[in-house]
Ligand binder design. Sequence first.
Ligand SMILES: *Cc1c(COP(=O)(O)O)cnc(C)c1O
Length: 341
Amino acid sequence: MGAPGDVKAPTDWDSLTFSFTETDRMYVANGTLEDGWSEGIMIDFQPLSLSPAACVLNYGQGLFEGMKARKTPDDRITLFRPELNARRAADGAKRLVMPEIPESMFIDAVRQVTHENRRWVPPHGKGELYIRPILFGSSARLGVSPAEEYMFVVFAVPVGPYFKGGMSPISLRVSQTHHRAAPGGSGGVKAIGNYAPGMMPSRKAKSEGYSEIIYLDAVEHRFVEEVGAANFFCVKDGVVYTPELTGTILPGITRLSIIELAKSMGITVREQKVDINFALDCDEAFCAGTAAVISPIGSIQHGDLEVDYGGVGSITLALFERLTGIMGGSLEDTKGWTHEV
Ligand SMILES: *Cc1c(COP(=O)(O)O)cnc(C)c1O
């Protein structure tokens, strides 16, 4: 293990993909529901020790966050709107009866992990350092009730750009049999338990040549909710539409940033229920999240229908260029979204 800050590149930056690589250092803090958090520490990357009866292992009491640190063209390292990840994690902690992490502690942990793994931040344009904060009930619990003790851990992994050679539109399929979240449930939280149930339908769609599935709402099976673990957008007659946040949809930070950016570019944005038949009739469609940023949708299969959007739409492309320009530091950040580490 090299010392943090080594000049030598720790990996081949050109072969990065979105996959796990062990890095140098991680952050760990311990807390309780009663007394909150003790001060976190930075340690070498290592396995955690947990009781087999840990609440998180048996009852899924846990959540995660996902964010990226990037190199600017002049070699500074920046984070994108980390305070929004901190707030979302705090909201999720409330929903899952876990001690909330104060915003300053969350951001401090993310900054330390970025700094101490800075040799793993890919050069500008080659990828990003993906930062993964996790919060979970760590102490033993036999009955279904909240743990007494909690851990907040932050680690980081270098990942490649989602688009090597430009934006390639993906093909999606609407799931006719599965739903991601129901009203009153935990769909609006990055709760760990929300993700394993999507693996089977997603895997099946991938084995049949699709990139991901589109989930419709669980009540009427009519309105678009999400694309796997990314938010959905479509464009018709120059107006951008995205499903409104009703509690079953994850409030994405990329989603919010696209809405704000589009409005400031003079584009009308409507957050409302998006009927799948309306979406299929749109001019452009794309999905958005930290991992993929903006991913154009080339086609959607829904029952007997197969709709082709034909190439990357002009509004999709304009939003992609503006957003990635701000994120990567090649366009001026007039909104104060990026924070130097
Ligand atoms: C994380 C996530 C998103 C995207 O959120 P970002 O903050 O933009 O990364 C969308 N949907 C689901 C289900 C997610 O877990």
